[in-house]
Design a protein around this ligand. Structure first.
Ligand code: RIB
Ligand code: CA
Length: 326
């Protein structure tokens, strides 16, 4: 039984790697993709997302445009990392498809309420790979969608390191209020959450050589696009390997035993001058006496990925995008 999934993306080079995996792997049923401003402005994200799905032969997948900007934070992007078009400036033929006329939040509501009506194995795993603005709007506007959710596996945050700042990971830093709302709403609604953060994000690597083999397949197909994306990332950082990034969170849905998780209390820092957007992962032993702590235990306890079988996930991605997994 393929696992029903919905991806929320800010396509982006590594979001594109994740979309290829979700679109091509037979163990997943990609029900919809929703777009949010993040790595690039939301309209570029929509175009990039449609283009990737076309390359994967999946023009059947609903794509919807969502939030243009964070709930409160000023919008910034990461085109210094992902290129001016947000997806590696590959000169790849853009999709001519139009997005769904509904807003992303409406598409998410419709897909999740439909899944709730069907129940059973039909519950959806929601995989946010971007700032959590759409997801925060969804859960506060239509809390009933929780009935259609199996779990949320999101790429964001970290227990130890930052990338956007010394302290915070980009997706959470981009919209800290949204991240805080999502954790709070999931605690309210009893939605299981897995955080695929920077502690594991950089580990699954693909070499420049393997990327070149993918590019050689040509024909503007999925393998060539996958290879071009990895090659761009290698070039961008002057390295011989590149992470599959967001695609690792999709691997965690396909092969959950490939990550080591710990159930831990997590908060989002909203006020810190130097720490705004940090996910504060509490690894203290709460069986002891922490009554002296004025903050108390965070409301949200989620599964935090702290270890990963990186080679397995890199191989899973490579086998899928190269067509060896069918
Ligand atoms: O911090 C990494 C995250 O920020 C990834 O989702 C990447 O695509 C960017 O959105
Ligand atoms: Ca992303």
């Amino acid at each position: 039984m393929a696992v029903p999934v919905v991806l929320d993306v800010d396509t982006g080079v590594d979001d594109a790697c994740a979309l290829l995996l979700a679109a091509l792997h037979p163990g997943l049923e990609l029900r919809a993709v929703t777009c949010v401003g993040g790595n690039a402005p939301v309209d570029a994200v929509v175009t990039n997302t449609l283009t990737v799905l076309d390359a994967a032969g999946r023009d059947d997948v609903v794509v919807a445009r969502g939030a243009e900007r964070p709930l409160l934070e000023d919008p910034v992007d990461a085109r210094h990392v992902h290129g001016q078009d947000g997806m590696g400036d590959l000169d790849w033929p853009s999709s001519q498809r139009r997005p769904d006329p509904r807003h992303a939040v409406e598409v998410l509501r419709d897909v999740l309420l439909d899944a709730a009506a069907r129940g059973g194995d039909d519950l959806v795993t929601l995989v946010p790979l971007a700032p959590l603005t759409n997801i925060a709007l969804l859960l506060r506007t239509y809390p009933d969608v929780a009935r259609g959710l199996r779990e949320i596996v999101f790429m964001g945050g970290s227990a130890y390191v930052g990338n956007a700042t010394a302290s915070a990971e980009f997706n959470v830093f981009h919209d800290p209020e949204a991240a805080a709302v999502v954790l709070d709403a999931c605690a309210d609604l009893g939605i299981a959450v897995t955080m695929y953060g920077l502690d594991v994000f950089y580990a699954p690597l693909v070499t420049r050589a393997r990327a070149a083999e993918l590019v050689a397949s040509g024909g503007h197909g999925a393998p060539e696009l996958a290879g071009r994306l990895i090659t761009f990332a290698c070039d961008r950082f002057g390295a011989d390997t590149a992470t599959i990034g967001d695609a690792g969170a999709v691997c965690a849905v396909l092969a959950p035993e490939g990550v080591q998780r710990e159930q831990l209390p997590v908060r989002v820092e909203l006020a810190g001058t130097w720490s705004r957007g940090r996910t504060i992962v509490d690894r203290r032993d709460w069986t002891g006496d922490l009554s002296h702590d004025p903050h108390g235990r965070a409301r949200s306890t989620i599964d935090v990925c702290l270890g990963i079988d990186a080679e397995r996930y890199a191989r899973l991605w490579l086998d899928t995008v190269s067509g060896r997994t069918s």
